[in-house]
Write a protein that binds this ligand. Structure first.
Ligand code: 5GP
Length: 121
């Protein structure tokens, strides 16, 4: 799938749509999900134009890949849900049709602040 510059997260990255920002650096932007599924529901997205995790793995630089993984950990620490600062959390990425992905810009969901239950429902 080619990247759609008008997807909602692309608009958030361009500041065309507001978000409740949690963290930002050279590689990632993190903000709260508009429709939280758990007490804490954050999203972490790369700044680069990647549709999904497969696109990212195939095409992102090593620095971008490291930056995204580090970014997830930094956000978890900031939200006090990491193993350093809290009781843990779940990271989830939906990928394409069978994964149930709705927004075609790679994003990781971080769920925490309470027990998040079974892995797949
Ligand atoms: P997906 O199903 O693609 O993995 O998840 C997309 C997520 O983006 C959903 O959890 C949805 O609530 C969230 N979302 C959709 N539109 C917006 C928006 O405009 N702002 C924010 N913060 N989250 C959004």
């Amino acid at each position: 799938m080619t990247y759609d510059n008008n997807n909602i997260f692309a608009k958030i990255l361009r500041n065309e749509i507001p978000c409740k920002k949690i963290y930002e650096d050279e590689f990632v932007l993190s903000f709260y999900d508009i429709n939280p599924q758990k007490k804490i529901h954050a999203l972490v997205i790369p700044k680069g134009k990647y549709v999904d995790l497969d696109d990212f793995a195939n095409n992102a630089s090593i620095d971008e890949i490291a930056g995204l993984i580090k970014g997830i950990n930094l956000v978890a620490k900031k939200l006090n849900i990491s193993v350093d600062t809290g009781k843990g959390y779940r990271v989830l990425a939906n990928i394409s049709e069978h994964g149930g992905q709705e927004v075609p810009h790679l994003h990781f969901h971080l769920f925490g602040g309470e027990s998040v239950g079974k892995m797949v429902q």
